[in-house]
Design a protein around this ligand. Sequence first.
Ligand code: PGA
Length: 249
Amino acid sequence: MPVKLAAGNWKMNGTGDSLVQIEELAALHRTATCDVLICPPATLIARAAILTEGTDILIGAQDCHAAASGAHTGDLSAPMLADAGAAHVILGHSERRADHGETSEDVHAKVLAAHEAGMTAIICVGETLEEREAGRTLDVVLGQLAGSTPEAATAGNTVIAYEPVWAIGTGKVATLDQIADVHGAIRAALKDRFADGDAMRILYGGSVKPGNAAEIFAVDNVDGALVGGASLKSADFSPIVAALEAAGG
Ligand code: PGA
């Protein structure tokens, strides 16, 4: 059984004042039995990494460029983020796919760059409401998975996050049956393609809150969560971490 992962995605939220949330989280989870990761905005990565040295909290990034360096004004490369203290990087989040037109091919290139820099890639996949209503959920999710995940992915360097787009930041959570179906299909695809596909972690994301975390973590093939809004405050994120630990994290 892989170690479970509670990952927080702060998105474009947080300034120096918010670092206290990470300090509190580190104090609340001194000996976490699951992995606990916070991905703050890039401006806070270095400070967060210094703050969490010697604690059980991991720090990650929310995106990286596919190239290691070069003439790409405003972008950040995987080696730069790793140098700042990020051990993980979220790639292909639906907000990047929608706001920046990122394709699975783009995500694939970024995952390779992250691996090259020694980082763990968290690859996000998920269908829109329109795609779900058209009965295309598994096509879309498995297509994104196949296109975004490189051949050399392993359980050590890659995590998959299933995030139905319609459940992100909306308060609408996928039903437990919907989560079980998609996670089961992702697991089968991973086992088909990778020798250690049964050990690759699959996170659920989309309006995970303290009140629904336990039931989501009880679903087969759910190895943790990628949490947006409820990761911003340690008071909300800590009970989610505790629920994952209780689920055998
Ligand atoms: P949410 O975001 O928890 O605020 O729905 C999840 C995500 O986008 O990773």
